[in-house]
Design a protein around this ligand. Structure first.
Ligand code: 6PG
Length: 247
C-alpha cells in the first residue's frame, strides 16, 4: 500500500458507519469554515445511501445554507431525466434539507454541451475561490468507476488532468452518453477530496489504484492527487477486501 503524506484510507464495515463518518467530517469542516463551504459532488448510485442518511439524520444538524453546491459532472440529459445526477441529488438530498436555492449550481445537461461546459466554468469561476487561477473547492466527493474513471474523465481522457480550461465534454466509452465534466486540474486543486467507494464490484479497481498494480497509471483515479490538499479514500470492507488479503 503506497500513500503520500496527504492521503489516507478509511475502511468501515457498513454504509451507515461510512455515512456517519462523512457527516461528522462535513459538520467539522463547516463549523471551522467562516464563510461559504464550496462542495462538488458526484452522481451515480454510491452517494444515494449517504444522501438519504444525511437527509434523515442531519436535516437539522448541518448548516446546509452555508454550502455552495456544485457537481463534478453531469449527463447530457434534462434535470428530470432518470440519468440526471442533479435529479439523484434532488430526490435524495436537496429536496429534503435546507440548501439555499441560489447556492445550487447544477450543470444544465439539457443545454448544448459545449456551451454549457463554458457557462458552468464561468459559474465556478465567479462562485468558487480561485487558487493558482483555478476553482479551489473545499471538498470534492468523488466516486470510482469500475474502469477507474472519476467524474466523467474516462480512461483515454488523461489529458484532462493537464487541461487549461475548467470543464470538458466527454463521452461514456460504453453507452456513448455525452457528459460534461470538471477537469482533473480543478479536481486536484481542491482542499480535500473524498473518494466514496463501496461494494465488492469495486475491489479490483480499488486495489489496482491503491497498490499501483498493472497499468494503474492509465486509470484516471490514479491521477487524482491534490497537490495542496488532502485525499481520503472512504471505503467499505467489501471494496477493501483485496487490500486486506495482500501485503
Ligand atoms: C457519474 C459519476 C461517476 C461515478 C462513478 C461511480 O456521473 O456517474 O459522477 O463518476 O461517481 O461512475 O458510479 P457508481 O457510484 O454508480 O458506482
Amino acid at each position: 500500500m503506497v500513500f503520500t503524506v496527504n492521503s489516507k484510507v478509511i475502511i468501515l464495515e457498513t454504509l451507515t458507519e461510512i455515512s456517519e463518518w462523512f457527516a461528522g467530517y462535513l459538520t467539522k469542516e463547516l463549523n471551522s469554515s467562516p464563510n461559504y463551504f464550496h462542495l462538488a459532488i458526484s452522481g451515480g448510485s454510491t452517494p444515494k445511501f449517504l444522501f438519504d442518511y444525511l437527509s434523515l439524520h442531519y436535516q437539522n444538524k448541518i448548516e446546509w445554507e452555508k454550502i455552495k453546491l456544485f457537481w463534478v459532472d453531469e449527463r447530457c440529459v434534462p434535470p428530470e431525466h432518470q440519468d440526471s445526477n442533479y435529479k439523484m441529488a434532488f430526490d435524495h438530498l436537496i429536496s429534503k434539507v435546507n440548501f439555499a436555492q441560489a447556492n445550487i449550481f447544477r450543470i444544465q445537461g439539457e443545454l448544448n454541451p459545449e456551451l454549457e461546459a463554458i457557462n458552468y466554468s464561468q459559474r465556478m469561476k465567479h462562485n468558487v475561490p480561485l487558487f493558482n487561477n483555478l476553482p479551489r473547492f473545499d471538498l470534492i466527493l468523488l466516486g470510482l468507476g469500475e474502469d477507474g474513471h472519476v467524474a466523467s474523465i474516462f480512461p483515454g481522457n488523461l489529458n484532462l488532468f493537464k487541461a487549461d480550461n475548467f470543464c470538458s465534454v466527454t463521452c461514456h466509452p460504453v453507452i456513448k452518453q455525452r457528459r460534461i465534466t470538471i477537469n482533473g486540474n480543478v479536481i486536484n486543486n481542491a482542499n480535500s477530496i473524498i473518494f466514496l467507494v463501496t461494494g465488492s464490484n469495486k475491489a479490483l479497481i480499488f486495489d489496482a489504484v491503491i497498490n499501483k498494480r498493472n497499468d494503474f497509471i492509465k486509470l484516471p483515479a490514479a491521477s487524482v492527487n491534490p497537490a495542496n490538499g488532502n485525499l481520503i479514500w472512504l471505503v467499505d470492507s467489501n471494496t477493501a477486501n483485496l487490500l486486506k488479503h495482500r501485503p
